[in-house]
Design a binder for this molecule. Structure first.
Ligand SMILES: [Zn+2]
Length: 467
């Protein structure tokens, strides 16, 4: 199948056999087949920071580890036509290469940014700036920066992280901050010819301010940004490209994410059907019932919120054990099975260090429940940049897993905003209580989109039940 001539001969023979009776065998299908099977036209090798992505989705056909290259573990990703078109389309103008990648969670926006960065470095651009524009964008910026740098293998200086989180471009201070950076970029462009910027989980007002300032200064630039919820200004609408085919989550998880309010309202673009069907539906979402205080018999449950309940922590620990997480004997194909670092415990709780264990927003009781059943945990505070960076850059490929087992292996417990942009095989979502009563916790308003969408395989939903 790797040979396009043979593929074409096979396609023609199939058409003749069918004599036009199968309407699915149209030109679009053929284009997709070519895009999928023609190597190396549509595959790209990326640094492997974790087990190959999308493995459940593709059963190894579209993504697979290709071994070591210059001491770095690499994976091979076959691109779908939608991604490929975005990467192949020439910029509108030689001097200005701008794209805004917009789509729901898990549609390979980050992967496309990483590939773009890799292409730029390979073409000799020298430095790629990776920009963080939102408070919740740190993990995504670290991930993109790390992947670009490791894929290109050109050393630490090839990628520069720039933090513009919290910049209010309507304020004088915000405008000045953008202006100062653009002046630095102007100097950079004087030496290097042009500047190249990537921004994942982008805030459009900051991106637009930078775009306008660069244009005004007549700097030649590349500016590729991506996001889930974007407020694209009119002068940038022509740069929007949609990535909408679900590639991270198996269908069982996609169906949950699709019920998020922001997806129903259309604030987030809808998913579209991927060009190849999923090999399986994925494991069904598991639920743990948290009996709230309005029940007569709470059966050992406590607290108002699910994260205030040690019993829920114990029940989740039992489920993780049933999933063979952290067990040495769980490797089906010698690849190494699920480890504790493959698990995120997420929700609207507060994991910051200034929150005491008895505070209403602290997940201390839930963590106590997990640990009482032998599950090691690591609580990550939102502003702990070292820990967030480690989560984003965590290496746990097959070889590293074997070496690293038992060391730093822990389930990550964090607010869902802290890990925005990352993914893990198992996501435990801790629901808040009732709509509107506390913060921004409930599943439809945030949990489905912010937490469950991080899962590449299994979602465990700790739910409040009342009657
Ligand atoms: Zn409970």
């Amino acid at each position: 199948m790797a040979d396009q001539t043979r593929l074409e001969a096979w396609w023609r023979a199939s058409l003749e056999r069918n004599e036009g009776e199968d309407h699915a065998m149209d030109t679009a299908t053929y284009t997709q087949l070519v895009a999928r099977f023609s190597i190396p036209l549509t595959t790209v090798e990326l640094f492997l920071s974790r087990q190959p992505r999308l493995q459940l989705w593709t059963q190894g056909h579209l993504v697979h580890a290709v071994g070591m290259e210059h001491g770095r573990p690499m994976s091979c990703i076959a691109l779908f036509p939608q991604q490929f078109q975005v990467l192949e389309e020439p910029p509108d103008d030689d001097d200005v290469d701008v794209r805004i990648l917009w789509g729901p969670t898990g549609t390979s926006k980050s992967v496309v940014l990483i590939i773009k960065g890799h292409f730029l470095l390979r073409k000799g651009c020298g430095t790629v700036f990776v920009l963080q524009t939102s408070d919740d964008g740190a993990a995504a910026a670290y991930l993109v920066g790390h992947q670009v740098r490791e894929t290109a293998g050109q050393g630490a200086g090839s990628v520069q992280l720039v933090n513009m989180a919290g910049v209010r471009v309507r304020s004088e201070e915000g405008k000045n901050k953008v202006q100062a950076w653009v002046e630095e970029l102007f100097q950079h462009a004087q030496t290097h010819g042009r500047v190249h910027i990537l921004a994942d989980e982008a805030e459009c007002d900051v991106i637009a301010e930078i775009y306008r300032a660069l244009t005004k200064r007549h700097i030649r630039f590349t500016l590729w940004a991506a996001g889930v919820m974007l407020d694209v200004p009119a002068d940038m609408e022509r740069y929007v490209r949609y990535l909408t085919q679900p590639l991270r989550n198996p269908p069982a998880v996609v169906r949950e994410v699709e019920q998020a309010d922001d997806m129903k309202k259309g604030t987030v673009p809808a998913y579209t059907r991927p060009p190849v069907s999923a090999p399986c539906d994925g494991p069904p979402v598991l639920t743990v019932d948290h009996y709230d205080e309005y029940r007569g018999d709470r059966q050992g449950h406590e607290g108002l919120f699910t994260w205030r309940c040690a019993r829920c922590g114990e029940l989740v620990a039992d489920m993780l054990r049933d999933l063979r997480v952290g067990c040495d004997d769980n490797a089906p194909h010698g690849q190494g099975g699920l480890t504790y670092s493959d698990v995120f415990v997420l929700g609207a709780m507060n994991c910051d260090t200034d929150i005491t264990d008895d505070h209403l927003t602290s997940p201390a009781p839930f963590i106590r429940g997990l640990e009482s059943r032998g599950v090691p945990t690591r609580k990550v505070a939102h502003n702990d940049t070292a820990a967030v960076r480690q989560l984003a850059e965590m290496t746990s490929g097959p070889t590293q897993r074997a070496a690293g087992r038992g060391r730093d292996e822990a389930v990550t417990v964090a607010n869902q905003g802290t890990v925005w942009g990352l993914e893990r095989h198992v996501v435990v979502y801790l629901d808040s209580v009732y709509d509107g009563v506390f913060g921004d916790g409930d599943a439809n308003r945030t949990g489905r989109l912010r937490s469950m969408s991080r899962s590449t395989a299994q979602v465990i939903w700790v739910k409040v039940v009342r009657t």
